[in-house]
Ligand binder design. Structure first.
Ligand SMILES: [Fe+2]
Length: 214
């Protein structure tokens, strides 16, 4: 009489598979998009479709620029050099995390409007208006200038977009621009800009002190 192990070996592969079909993952599906980018799948939020579309268009521009600014912080977090390495390495990552929170808030507002948020790097790079940095490493003053310029681009567009959302009656989007985007960016600008003030590290500049007292 064959043993249990011998009986199991005698089974073909399809016999082993039989009886588990319903539990197998269904793979390699292809299909049409259920919603095209730029189209609104209206939700019952008491906002006109045209208002939702206009807000979503602005939010997607801001999303692309916020993703780019976020990633610029991570680039500089990795590539920073010099005697301020440790503090800037930490500060850049703190700002990266705060920008990452904004990315999610902006993207989910777009979805709440019944629109589609940008997501992938290729789409972001086609959309952002923040200048592309070189792949290589830059000095700290250049890193800080580049970040400050990116912040200013975001702040300028966010202020305009906030006004447009308020005029259209989209209060929630207006609140996001003001309470989240503008406030976070302004605070980060302050922390960064103070690193671009040229003050002596150890000794007072005697020549400058004499000139200002005389
Ligand atoms: Fe890190």
């Amino acid at each position: 009489m064959p043993t249990k192990t011998a009986r199991r070996r005698a089974l073909t592969y399809s016999q082993v598979e039989a009886g588990a079909q319903a539990a197998r993952p269904v793979l390699h599906r292809k299909g049409q998009e259920i919603q095209l980018y730029g189209k609104i799948a209206k939700l019952p939020i008491a906002l006109d479709e045209k208002v939702c579309a206009a807000s979503a268009e602005n939010l997607n521009q801001l999303l692309a620029d916020t993703i780019t600014l976020r990633d610029l912080y991570k680039k500089h977090h990795w590539q920073v050099a010099g005697h301020t390495f440790y503090q800037l390495h930490l500060l850049f990552d703190k700002h990266y995390n705060e920008q990452n929170e904004l990315v999610d808030t902006i993207a989910e507002r777009i979805q709440s409007l019944g629109a589609i948020s940008l997501a992938m790097a290729a789409d972001v790079s086609e959309t952002t208006i923040i200048p592309r940095p070189p792949r290589g490493r830059e000095e700290v003053p250049v890193q800080i200038s580049r970040l400050l310029e990116a912040h200013e681009i975001v702040l300028k567009e966010a202020r305009t977009m906030a006004r447009e959302a308020a005029e259209a009656g989209d209060d929630s989007t207006n609140d996001l621009f003001v309470s989240d985007v503008i406030r976070t960016n302004e605070l980060q600008v302050w922390f960064l800009a103070e690193h671009a003030v040229d003050v002596p590290l150890v000794r007072v500049d005697q020549a400058k002190a004499a000139a200002s007292s005389g």
